[in-house]
Design a protein around this ligand. Structure first.
Ligand SMILES: Nc1ncnc2c1ncn2[C@@H]1O[C@H](COP(=O)(O)OP(=O)(O)OP(=O)(O)O)[C@@H](O)[C@H]1O
Ligand SMILES: [Mg+2]
Length: 273
């Protein structure tokens, strides 16, 4: 295991801490398809770690391994100094890992507020019976606390004016922001974002970039994001993993990977041996 106490300073003067998660020799197969082939990298406390690569490179699959949704065929996931055992996705959520999806996964008929509240489910201590005796058992007080947390996130992401709106009526860019809000409602220590800016116009992208940076700044949230827009990756990320055909072809600060010949070839669609 790597040293948990070391770290580095970013170009913009942020302190990045020790290793929070380490992926060791991860291979993931779906029948005959090898989505991930023997990939190792680490994620450090407080950093914004990007995963980039052409379509079908295995990026979403990797995020699913990190989130615990997929169990790798080979390899190990280490989390905060211990090997993570196989566990159900909700257990991983309780460990402080929250995510957004490449295809938005919200409840269209429910309000923005209620959608974000679902992000707190893993935090709710009182079970069904307590909810039945709502007021007497303290479930009411607990609900107030959850609401207060959620309202704070709503303010932070500047979506007060749509809090009662059914999500299905929102434009795409705002839906993505609500998804981010729901992930933040779980107060994650690692936030996973699968193409948070895909399909957005320039203005929406700028907003989303600002929020990702603000979240990192305000809560120190370690963030792993998949992104296609190289400009965004260069602006946002501290270190970048580059994937191509399930393999890792680059890993380092954005400036370094941008000048890596394998990365340039992959993006220009140069044939592989
Ligand atoms: N559940 C699955 N069952 C079978 N094959 C899968 C599954 N999920 C992904 N794959 C395959 O694994 C490979 C990697 O897919 P993945 O979705 O991880 O790529 P990606 O880098 O996220 O691509 P994109 O940029 O298009 O989102 C692809 O060949 C894909 O078809
Ligand atoms: Mg994907």
């Amino acid at each position: 295991m790597n040293d948990m106490t070391d770290g580095y300073m970013t170009a913009d003067g942020r302190k990045i801490g020790g290793v929070v998660m380490e992926l060791k020799n991860i291979t993931l197969k779906f029948g005959g398809v090898t989505a991930i082939s023997d990939i190792s990298f680490d994620i450090r406390e407080g950093e914004i770690r990007a995963i980039i690569g052409p379509n079908g490179a295995g990026k979403s699959s990797m995020l699913n391994v990190i989130s615990g949704f997929y169990i790798p065929t080979e390899g190990e996931v280490w989390y905060r100094g211990a090997r993570r055992p196989q566990m159900r996705p909700y257990k991983v959520a309780q460990m402080g890992i929250a995510r957004t999806f490449q295809n938005i996964a919200l409840f269209d008929g429910m309000s923005v507020l209620d959608n974000i509240m679902t992000g707190r489910l893993t935090k709710m201590k009182k079970g069904l019976f307590a909810q039945a005796g709502w007021w007497f058992t303290g479930a009411a007080k607990e609900e107030d606390e959850h609401r207060a947390k959620v309202e704070k996130i709503i303010d932070f992401l500047e979506i007060q004016n749509i809090r009662k709106t059914p999500v299905g009526r929102l434009p795409y860019g705002l839906k993505k922001r609500v998804e981010l809000a729901r992930a933040l409602a779980a107060e994650p220590s690692i936030l996973l974002l699968d193409e948070p800016m895909a399909g957005m116009n320039v203005e929406e992208k700028e907003d989303m970039c600002r929020f990702i940076l603000d979240v990192n700044d305000e809560f120190g949230t370690t963030t792993v994001l998949i992104e296609h827009d190289m400009g965004v990756v260069m602006d946002l990320s501290d270190r970048v993993v580059v994937m191509d055909y399930g393999r890792k072809i680059g890993d380092g600060p954005p400036d370094e990977v941008r000048n890596n010949q394998d990365v340039i070839d992959a993006y220009l669609g140069v044939a592989h041996d």
